[in-house]
Design a protein around this ligand. Structure first.
Ligand SMILES: C[S@@+](CC[C@H](N)C(=O)[O-])C[C@H]1O[C@@H](n2cnc3c(N)ncnc32)[C@H](O)[C@@H]1O
Length: 250
């Protein structure tokens, strides 16, 4: 996938994103937690997408801004009630600047959810993302990351194929190749139906939570809390996800 850029995932999936992730529709616990952390705001979402989280957060009265590389997916948010009022910077979140006059705007909360940080597809890009976030945090600000705990055992000979839907007129297959040296996974969600074949590519560079903590340290941040889920439950050896909250180290 040589032509893959920061905008490719959003551009290709924009039309079907909201229907593709119905299991992500229950945003209540996430929005509750983000509302508490945002305090009087403002908040900034990296990879804001169709506004799945940003819109209900803004509806709680918090000033929300967004960054996204894909105009096409942001257009989906802007078409929803309240979406046009959310300012979005079209940029790669691996190295960004949201301006307030002639300086970086400061946020009480910066957050990146649903494994989106891993869509910065190199260690260097993820470090730059942490550094950009640190430059945009107010002194009492926090950076929240929701991400999966990597599980290389799900690959056999560094490949994985799974059928997520098999219906009489539609088949949905996920195909991935794993590069363990670079912690990269290149995937295609493939839909085969009566209207033809549709491909939705995604590339991620996964990191363990310990590596994220070091990236935070490089950016002058430190871990404040880590949960196993949005309900603040403890992060344990059996946790498949984590919600990690970083604050300024000094
Ligand atoms: C999995 S979606 C998450 C969308 C939204 N945050 C949510 O939770 O529903 C990832 C989003 O990040 C955007 N994205 C991916 N890589 C990016 C990058 N390097 N810079 C900026 N946006 C990016 C995509 O366009 C997409 O909107």
């Amino acid at each position: 996938m040589n032509d893959y850029t920061a905008a490719t995932y959003g551009d290709r999936i924009a039309e079907v994103y909201d229907e593709m992730y119905p299991m992500r529709a229950n945003v209540g616990p996430a929005v509750d937690a983000l509302t508490k952390l945002a305090g009087s705001g403002p908040a900034l979402e990296l990879g804001i997408g169709t506004g799945r989280i940003a819109l209900p957060l803004a509806a709680r009265g918090i000033e929300v801004h967004g960054i996204d590389a894909s105009e096409a997916i942001v257009a989906k948010m802007r078409a929803k009630p309240g979406g046009a009022a959310i300012p979005v910077t079209i940029a790669d979140f691996a190295g960004f600047s949201v301006r307030d006059g002639n300086r970086d705007k400061k946020f009480r909360l910066v957050y990146v959810v649903f494994n989106t940080l891993f869509q910065a597809t190199s260690q260097e890009a993820q470090v730059r993302c942490f550094q950009s976030v640190a430059a945009h945090l107010s002194d009492d600000g926090v950076f929240l990351v929701e991400a999966f705990v990597p599980d290389p055992t799900r690959f056999t000979r560094n490949q994985n194929i799974s059928a997520s839907r098999v219906e009489s007129d539609l088949v949905s297959i996920d195909i991935s190749r794993h590069d363990p040296v670079n912690q990269l996974v290149h995937s295609q969600h493939i839909f085969i139906g009566e209207t033809g074949v549709r491909l939705y590519p995604v590339q991620v560079r996964y990191s363990w939570h310990s590596e994220l903590d070091l990236m935070a340290q490089l950016a002058g941040l430190r871990l404040r809390e880590r949960w196993g889920d949005w309900d603040c439950s403890p992060f344990t050896a059996s946790s498949e996800y984590h919600v990690s909250i970083y604050e300024k180290a000094t």
